[in-house]
Design a protein. Sequence first.
Length: 60
Amino acid sequence: MAVQQCKVSKSAIRKRNGANQYHGVKLSKCSTCGEAVRPHRVCMKCGTYGGRQVISVTSE
């Protein structure tokens, strides 16, 4: 069984936990139109994914 050798201070715990913060999903740019897109998703503006046309988007 693991036994704590000495008390870990609150600042040390908070410093360690602060490094593991979740900063949300980073957006990437569409390679065709340059629109901000979530990673591994089809661009809803031009309908491309991975440089290929996947869905047809009608412009109004």
